[in-house]
Design a protein around this ligand. Structure first.
Ligand code: BGC
Length: 470
């Protein structure tokens, strides 16, 4: 006979699962803001340009200010997330998002708008460095990949929402509304995070064991022994005090950073944001002249990006990170080559338009299931707890730095090398990325965060302290 008590106990693991999913969804709102604030500027710029009489340089400054802010925010977040905790940093980011969005909407001049966009960028940098780590640290190992990927899903939804909001306010030329609306998800993020727990792994790091245990119990259900086991594993790897930047130079950490920073850079230099930021321009290159169709192409890109990220979350359940990377990056190379070939065809060929649009969609879909979904996941999970936030902060900073460089050089590169050559260059970098994934990226699916560290020790030929010290 099953007593009421037993029945309740049986339900508790799913209760824990629910808690963890809600926590991940709230933290993923940081990704929504990342996507929205980078995506909205394409539409807003059309009117800002006119109101503030901006030339090329001024427009470039308004667009790239967020990226620059993120380059500043990411390493700061990496340092402060160890001192003040992941949750408090996300709360701080939400406040900066709210203030930054308000300041953008109210900006009386281009200079103030650029300054407000840098502030917003700092919040984007903090959120992209800390939200994925926070999710990875509350998640149970079996669904960690899927939960952290909610962050990337939110990025893609944010980009799509930005395209749609741009369309809605297009006729009223409402750029201030477009920029100000970013405050809404920021309020939801801040209000939600107030009720979320502190990261159990960070709590162990600062010696708050009992709160860590209580949080793990909330997130894992009543399985006492599983909670104790997880707590024990976290403590076992945390031999030393919090790591410093100098610790990042140790051989094992160099091996980890090579993979993390390498992927951060490759995620950008394979050209993703040439498509995200310039899709209408690329479609117009292909001879589609109406601006309506060009905007539709952007929305198509946004929808495929969200759809393929959803697919990635499904696939991550049974498929390894490496497999997805290899298949997706392979698809990116093929679609870039076909985009390059499309632009080699005679200018009046009717094939160019459809071939370019299909290649773009294939490219986005392939990115979404590979470098898109998996870079932010690996950046959050491959580093040891002691130095996790600092190392992830460096990965995030590298990612934004190269985002900045690629978006700035895309149009000049086209002018210099031509359309086909430009996409062939990105395809070439894609081939290098594929080899990088094949030879250097380890499989982390199903591996507890605490055990991933051992892989870096092995690669660096270091004996882990537990094995050495007995
Ligand atoms: C990248 C962004 C990109 C987005 C597109 C993210 O993973 O870091 O630079 O705009 O994916 O979905």
């Amino acid at each position: 006979m099953t007593s009421r008590k037993e029945e309740l106990r049986a339900q508790e693991p799913s209760h824990g699962r629910r808690n963890v999913i809600v926590t991940a969804i709230i933290a993923a709102l940081g990704g929504l803001l990342f996507g929205y604030d980078t995506g909205i500027i394409a539409s807003a710029l059309l009117f800002i340009r006119h109101d503030f009489h901006l030339g090329d340089f001024g427009q470039g400054a308004v667009v790239s200010a967020v990226t620059l802010g993120a380059v500043i925010g990411a390493p700061i977040a990496g340092t402060l997330a160890d001192r003040f905790g992941r949750r408090r940093m996300i709360l701080a980011a939400s406040i900066i998002f709210i203030v930054g969005s308000g300041a953008c909407a109210a900006a009386p001049s281009a200079e103030i708008l650029v300054a407000a966009r840098v502030v917003l960028g700092i919040a984007v940098g903090i959120a992209s460095a800390v939200c994925p780590i926070y999710i990875a640290e509350v998640a149970p190992v079996d669904v960690r990949g899927q939960l952290v990927t909610l962050f990337q899903l939110a990025v893609t939804v944010g980009i799509l929402v930005a395209y749609l909001v741009g369309l809605v306010f297009n006729s009223s030329e409402g750029w201030r509304e477009m920029l100000g609306l970013g405050a809404l998800p920021a309020i939801a993020l801040g209000a939600g995070m107030i009720y979320m727990p502190r990261s159990p792994r960070w709590l162990v790091m600062i010696g708050e064991r009992s709160e860590a245990r209580a949080t793990l119990r909330e997130m894992r259900g009543a399985d006492q022994s599983a909670v104790d086991e997880e707590l024990g594993e976290i403590e076992a790897t945390l031999q030393a005090e919090q790591g410093t930047y100098r610790d990042l130079l140790a051989p094992a950490m160099r091996a980890a950073l090579t993979v993390g920073v390498g992927l951060a850079i490759l995620q950008q230099i394979t050209g993703i944001n040439t498509v995200i930021y310039y899709a209408p321009t690329i479609v117009q290159f292909a001879g589609v002249s109406s601006s309506g169709s060009a905007i539709l192409a952007s929305i198509g890109v946004g929808i495929v990006n969200v759809g393929a990220t959803l697919l990635a979350i499904r696939l991550l359940k049974n498929t390894g990170r490496r497999t997805l990377l290899l298949v997706g990056v392979g698809g990116m190379v093929l679609s870039l080559v076909s985009l390059g070939i499309a632009f080699l065809l005679p200018k009046d060929s009717s094939v160019i338009g459809p071939m370019a649009v299909i290649s773009l969609m294939l490219y986005i879909g392939s990115f979404a299931i590979s470098l898109g979904a998996i870079f932010w996941l690996l950046n959050a999970e491959i580093y040891p707890l002691r130095v996790r936030a600092k190392a992830a902060g460096i990965g995030t900073m590298s990612n934004w730095t190269f985002n900045f460089i690629v978006s700035l050089t895309f149009l000049p590169l086209i002018a210099l090398a031509g359309r086909s050559a430009t996409f062939f260059i990105y395809a070439g970098i894609g081939v290098l990325t594929w080899l990088f994934c094949l030879f250097l990226v380890p499989e982390t699916k199903g591996v507890p965060l605490e055990e991933i560290e051992a892989e870096w020790d092995r690669r660096a030929g270091v004996t882990p302290p537990a094995a050495a010290g007995g």
